[in-house]
Design a protein around this ligand. Sequence first.
Ligand SMILES: [Fe+2]
Length: 313
Amino acid sequence: MSDAATLAEPDFTILPEGDPGVFTAPLKRPHHIGENWIEPHQHVYGADEDAIWDDLYARQMDILPGRAASAFLAGTQKLGFGRGGVPEFARLSTELKSLTGWSVVPVPMLIPDHVFFWHLANRRFPAGNFIRTRETFDYIQEPDVFHDVFGHVPMLADPTYADYMQEYGRAGWKAMRYNRLKALGALYWYTVEFGLILEGENLRAYGAGILSGPAEAVFCLEAKSPNRIMLNVDRVMRTDYVIDDLQPTYFVIESFKDLYHQTVERDFDRLYRSLAPGFTYANTAVIDIDDVLNRGTLEYFLRGGRGSGAQAV
Ligand SMILES: [Fe+2]
């Protein structure tokens, strides 16, 4: 392939064929599920499970005003998140459809990458069909319905962010064809899961990994340990990330428009051809080209992070 070559986009109205030369996690499709991996029904939550949602919701809404992005808080209002109990996806989808054309569909805990990207490209957000237990109330690694719906869905009520998520899905198939899923995964991680935004002089969080738990919502904005650096898509896609601890570095956007433009205007063909299979930068690194808002002390991480007893300072 020449340097200027661009892969043609597939037809996203049908599920694009998987390519045998692409390396993704092998997942076995449960037999009650079709090729789109959508569960036939949303799980019917009992009173105890609805109470877990309500307690998680109350805890977050205590912490998030003044910390969450305005677009997120506006989304929780527009979508009526305060009604109590796990939201019905059908109702959420009706309301989201009228706002930005998105819907929410129930899926098993893990779905193949190409199916995930295909849903996003069609403005469908795949969300978990279970809720954590009281035993795992404070932390679970698997995304449950609270993380997926409370963390992600309010942002989909914002028109520009909604467009960004669709573009991300469309970009996914290309990352697969070049076998550079890890690089595109880093972009998701540092924006959709752990992104910060500047609102005037103030930093606010819009990433679902931050907004769906109590510790990181405070740490990401107020702790001295982490770096806070303005987002540069090329740099972020070369940066390693940690999935089981607080983040050593957060990337900050000026606006959702800026995030959208940085992504859609990127020449991903050229970028993927220039990327090595692994990451170039450690998740603690600050490099010459960075526009640094705060350089962190990294104290929490140098003391050993989660499991070491280090304070999240
Ligand atoms: Fe997530």
